[in-house]
Design a protein around this ligand. Structure first.
Ligand code: PHE
Length: 358
């Protein structure tokens, strides 16, 4: 039989070499199990005479406890190692760079539409809509543009082939048919703007076959051109965020307004660019006038009771003037570089948080 301290040396070595919990348990069985070497040694105590037992007992017990302690300590160390390994393998590295998801941007036309809606909402205008494929009556006839009227040729209309008799449907050439639809649907007082797409067969640096307009319509009692001028001036000041906006109303002609006025806005030169504001020169920004009594009557309203004004304005042009783009065609090319440069952040609210009259 080996001596107790030899066994302690032997098993301490085996315990230290046990690489995992299963190997350690095998060492425990070998030393301290029922048939284990130290257990066998303990059993020899019974057969010893009392004096030998007194001398050997503490040595053997001491060896058993030393080996048991060594096993416990090693077990704790192995368990700790296993936990550390698991923590390491399951760790998420939050500092790793993530794949950048490309973010889109808000198109300047959408941004300007939001700005328009916000400004006119402050003045009590609702947003109205109408179809882009219009019938002849809403796009022309009801607006006092009879067949063979030269104004039809002026607007370079896209007609849709139907193979049927009668006037073909058109891609609306302006947002004015929304005036008609609104007056036929609602009772005055009416205050609406109608932003949307319109179509004309035209294409160069400042014209595209599809572009955007915003229509404005006010119908009430005792409305006059002073209301029109105030509304446009208030709108343009809020939109361009400048107080030095000067307007000039020039007599003009539209079949659906009488009198009609083309509205020019004063510009000034800043770093070689024309910007809206000041009065170094004039540029035309919109068409307007008092709604023609015939148009009011066409919608089933009494023109002796109800009057109003209307205006129509190019949204793309407003965007070009405010945000400094030169070529209208680039608006609709879908070039991501252009969109990134001129687009707006998704969470940018319209820039006009001050609102009208603030
Ligand atoms: N519909 C006209 C155009 O497209 C603009 C306009 C609207 C003029 C309302 C007067 C009143 O040219």
């Amino acid at each position: 039989m080996p001596a107790p301290d030899e066994l302690v040396t032997l098993y301490s070595d085996k315990v230290a070499k046990a690489g995992d919990l299963a190997a350690l348990d095998a060492v425990r069985v070998e030393a301290l199990g029922k048939q284990g070497e130290i257990t066998q040694l303990l059993k020899t105590l019974g057969k010893m005479d009392p004096d030998t037992r007194k001398a050997e007992g503490p040595k053997i017990q001491g060896a058993r406890m030393a080996v048991a302690d060594a096993i416990e300590a090693r077990k704790a160390a192995l368990e700790n190692e296993a936990l550390e390994a698991r923590l390491a393998s399951e760790k998420l590295d939050l500092s790793l760079p993530v794949d950048e998801t490309p973010l889109g941007s808000v198109h300047p036309v959408s941004q300007v539409m939001d700005e328009l809606s916000e400004i006119f909402a402050d003045m009590g205008f609702a947003v109205a809509e109408g179809p882009e494929i219009e019938d002849d009556w809403h796009n022309f006839e009801a607006l006092n543009i009879p067949e063979a009227h030269p104004a039809r040729a002026m607007q370079d209309t896209f007609y849709l082939a139907t193979g049927e008799e009668g006037a073909p449907p058109v891609l609306r050439t302006h947002t004015s048919p929304v005036q008609i639809r609104t007056m036929m649907r609602e009772q005055p007082p009416i205050r609406i703007i109608a932003p949307g797409r319109v179509y004309r067969s035209d294409s160069d640096a400042t014209h595209t076959p599809m572009f955007h307009q915003v229509e404005g319509l006010v119908i009430d009692r005792n409305i006059h051109m002073g209301h029109l001028k105030w509304t446009l001036e208030t709108f343009l000041k809020a939109f361009f965020e400048r107080d030095d906006i000067v307007l000039r109303l020039r007599p003009s002609y539209f079949p659906f307004t009488e009198p009609s006025a083309e509205v020019d806005v004063g510009w000034s030169q800043v770093k070689g660019r024309r910007v809206v504001g000041g009065s170094e020169g004039w540029m035309e920004v919109l068409g307007s006038g008092m709604v023609h009594p015939k148009v009011i009557a066409n919608c089933g309203l009494d023109p002796d009771v109800w009057q109003g004004f209307a205006f129509g304005c190019g949204i793309d042009r407003l965007a070009m003037l405010k945000y400094g783009m030169d070529d209208l065609r680039a608006f609709f090319d879908g070039d991501l570089r252009w969109l990134k440069h001129y687009g707006f952040g998704m969470l940018d609210t319209p820039t006009l948080s001050a609102g009208v009259g603030a």
